[in-house]
Design a protein around this ligand. Structure first.
Ligand code: ADP
Ligand code: GLC
Length: 478
C-alpha cells in the first residue's frame, strides 16, 4: 500500500543499476528509490556522469552549474531512466574517461580523492539549496565515494538537511594524503583522530562516519561486527563511539528481476520441472557432466570472498560427485588459481572469467547450490538470489550471510525451517564439512525438496528494509 508523501531524499553514490555497476552497491542504490516510493519517500540519485552515460544524457537539462570544481565546471543534469529520477554530475575533466568508475587501464585514477570530493561537494550544495523547488530532507551517502557529503554539510552548513551514511563495505575507506586537506576543502582543525584523521591519512569514509546524523550498514550482524577489530578495519572505535546512531538494515533483492518465473525456462515452488532443463543447459554451457550437486560461484574474485579456499575443498567435492561452475573476475592470482582448478577437473569444474549478467541468471536458474565462503560480507546478494532460485546457499556465517540463511542443523531440519548450509569459521576445514553436508542433503531427495521449498519462499524483497529506512528518515526530518 502506498502512503502519502513523507519527504525527499537525495541519494549519493558512485554506482547505480541500470547505469553503472561493479558490485552489489549498484543493485542497492538502484533498487532503493522504488522501494522507498512505496513508503512515501521521494528519492533522487546523484551519480557522476561517466563516459558511458554521456550519450544518454546529451539532451538532459542543466539544473545546477558549479564553477571551479577541481579544475573545471560541473553541471548537474536531470533525467529519468527506467523509472528512476537521476541527477548526473557532468564534469568531463573528472569523469569522461576510458575505463571503470574507479580505475583505468593502469590502475586506480590518481585523482580519485578529488573526483569523489567533487561529487560530494555538489551533493552537499544540492542538499543545502535544493533545485527547482525540490529540496531534500535527507542526504543519503553511500560508501566512501560519498563520505565527504555529510562532512561538507556539517562544515559549511546543512540548510536543514539531515544526513545518513551507509557503509556497504568498510574495507574501502577513501584514503588521501594529509597534505590534501586544503585541496579537498576540509577544515585543518578537524584533522585529528576523533574526526578526519586515520593513522596519519585522511579518510573520506571516516569523515562521513563522524559527521552524519545516522550511520547504517547493510545487515544487523555486520553492524555488530563493525565494532570489533577483526571486522572494523581500524574504524571499529569510530563505529563503537557512535553506536547509538548506528543501525543495520538488511538489503533486499529486486524480486521482479531475480525470479525463476522470469527465466527462459521458468519454474516455481510446486512446479520445479523447469529447474532440470535449466540445469542441463548450464551443464552444456560449461561443458559439465555432474551426478551430484551442481554448485556455482558468481563473484568478484578477491580475498574478501574466500575464493582461495576453493582449490582446497573442491577436489573432495568433485570426488563425491559434485560439480562447480565459476563466473567471476578480479585478482589475477585468483583468476589463475580458478583456471588451474578447471584444468584439473575437466567436465566437473567450469570457468568463465569476466562479468556477464545474463550468464549469472542462467547459472542461478540451473544450479543446485551457490557457494559464498566470504571472510566478511556486509550483506551479500548472491546468497539471496540462491534462495529465490532454489540454488541452496552454502555460506560462511558472517555479516549478512548469517542474517539471511538458516543453517540446516538437526534442529532446523526437525522444525522444517532450514534454507541452506552455513559454516564457521571461514576456513577449508569448515567449508569442506559444509560441502560434505551438501552432498548428503542432495542425496536425500525428500529433505532436499523441503529445504529448497523453504529457500524459495523465504522473503528477500525490499519491503521490510524499505520500511526500516523510511522510519529512519522519518526520525530525521526537521
Ligand atoms: P559485492 O558487492 O561485494 O561484490 P554482492 O553479493 O553484494 O557482493 O553483489 C555482487 C553483485 O554483482 C551481484 O549482483 C552479483 O550477481 C554480481 N556479480 C558479481 N560478479 C559477477 C560476474 N562476474 N558476472 C555477473 N554478475 C556478477
Ligand atoms: C558491498 C558488500 C556486499 C553488499 C553490497 C551492497 O559491495 O561487499 O556484501 O551486499 O555492498 O550493499
Amino acid at each position: 500500500m502506498r502512503v502519502g508523501m513523507r519527504g525527499r531524499v537525495l541519494s549519493v553514490a558512485s554506482e547505480c543499476v541500470p547505469l553503472i555497476k561493479t558490485g552489489g552497491l549498484a543493485d542497492v542504490v538502484g533498487a532503493l528509490p522504488a522501494a522507498l516510493a512505496v513508503q512515501g519517500w521521494d528519492m533522487r540519485v546523484l551519480l557522476p556522469c561517466y563516459r558511458n552515460l554521456r550519450a544518454m544524457a546529451a539532451d538532459w537539462p542543466d539544473v545546477l552549474v558549479e564553477e571551479g570544481l577541481w579544475g573545471g565546471t560541473g553541471r548537474v543534469l536531470s533525467g529519468e531512466v527506467a523509472g528512476l529520477s537521476v541527477l548526473l554530475l557532468d564534469a568531463p575533466h573528472l569523469y569522461d574517461r576510458e575505463g571503470g568508475p574507479y580505475a583505468g587501464r593502469s590502475g586506480d585514477w590518481a585523482d580519485n580523492p578529488q573526483r569523489f570530493a567533487a561529487l560530494s561537494w555538489v551533493a552537499a550544495r544540492l542538499a543545502r539549496e535544493g533545485i527547482d523547488g525540490w529540496k531534500p530532507d535527507v542526504l543519503h551517502a553511500h560508501d566512501w565515494q560519498a563520505g565527504l557529503a555529510p562532512a561538507y554539510l556539517a562544515y559549511y552548513g546543512s540548510g536543514g538537511c539531515a544526513s545518513v551514511m551507509t557503509v556497504h563495505n568498510i574495507a574501502f575507506q577513501g584514503w588521501a594524503a594529509p597534505w590534501m586537506l586544503g585541496d579537498l576543502r576540509l577544515p585543518v582543525q578537524e584533522f585529528h583522530p576523533d574526526a578526519l584523521e586515520y593513522f596519519g591519512q585522511l579518510s573520506s569514509l571516516k569523515a562521513g562516519l563522524v559527521t552524519a546524523d545516522r550511520i547504517t550498514t547493510v545487515s544487523p550482524t555486520y553492524a555488530a561486527e563493525l565494532t570489533r577489530p577483526e571486522y572494523g578495519m581500524g574504524l571499529q572505535g569510530v563505529i563503537a563511539a557512535r553506536e547509538s546512531r548506528v543501525s543495520g538494515i538488511l538489503n533486499g533483492v529486486d524480486t521482479a528481476v531475480w525470479t525463476p518465473k522470469a527465466e527462459p525456462v521458468p519454474y516455481a515452488v510446486g512446479d520445479m520441472g523447469g529447474k532440470a532443463a535449466n540445469r542441463a543447459a548450464l551443464c552444456a554451457t560449461f561443458g559439465l557432466s555432474v551426478s551430484g550437486p551442481l554448485a556455482i560461484v558468481v563473484s568478484r574474485l578477491t580475498d574478501q570472498k574466500g575464493i582461495d579456499l576453493l582449490p582446497k575443498v573442491i577436489p573432495e567435492f568433485v570426488a563425491q560427485g559434485g560439480g562447480l561452475a565459476i563466473l567471476g573476475s578480479g585478482d589475477p592470482a585468483l583468476e589463475a588459481a580458478m583456471a588451474a582448478l578447471a584444468d584439473r577437473f575437466p567436465g566437473r569444474v567450469g570457468l568463465r572469467i569476466g562479468y556477464d549478467e545474463a550468464l549469472s541468471h542462467q547459472m542461478f536458474a540451473g544450479a543446485d547450490a551457490v557457494l559464498v565462503p566470504s571472510r566478511f560480507e556486509p550483506c551479500g546478494l548472491t546468497q539471496m538470489y540462491g534462495l529465490t532460485y532454489g540454488a541452496l546457499p552454502v555460506v560462511a556465517a558472517v555479516g549478512g550471510l548469517a542474517d539471511t540463511v538458516i543453517h540446516a542443523s538437526p534442529a532446523a531440519m526437525a522444525t522444517g525451517v532450514a534454507t541452506g548450509i552455513s559454516f564457521h569459521p571461514t576456513d577449508a576445514v569448515a567449508f569442506g564439512q559444509a560441502l560434505r553436508q551438501l552432498v548428503a542433503l542432495f542425496a536425500d531427495t525428500a529433505a532436499w525438496a523441503r529445504v529448497q521449498r523453504n529457500a524459495m519462499t523465504h522473503p528477500v524483497g525490499w519491503e521490510a528494509s524499505a520500511r526500516a529506512y523510511a522510519a529512519l528518515y522519518d526520525g530525521l526530518r526537521r
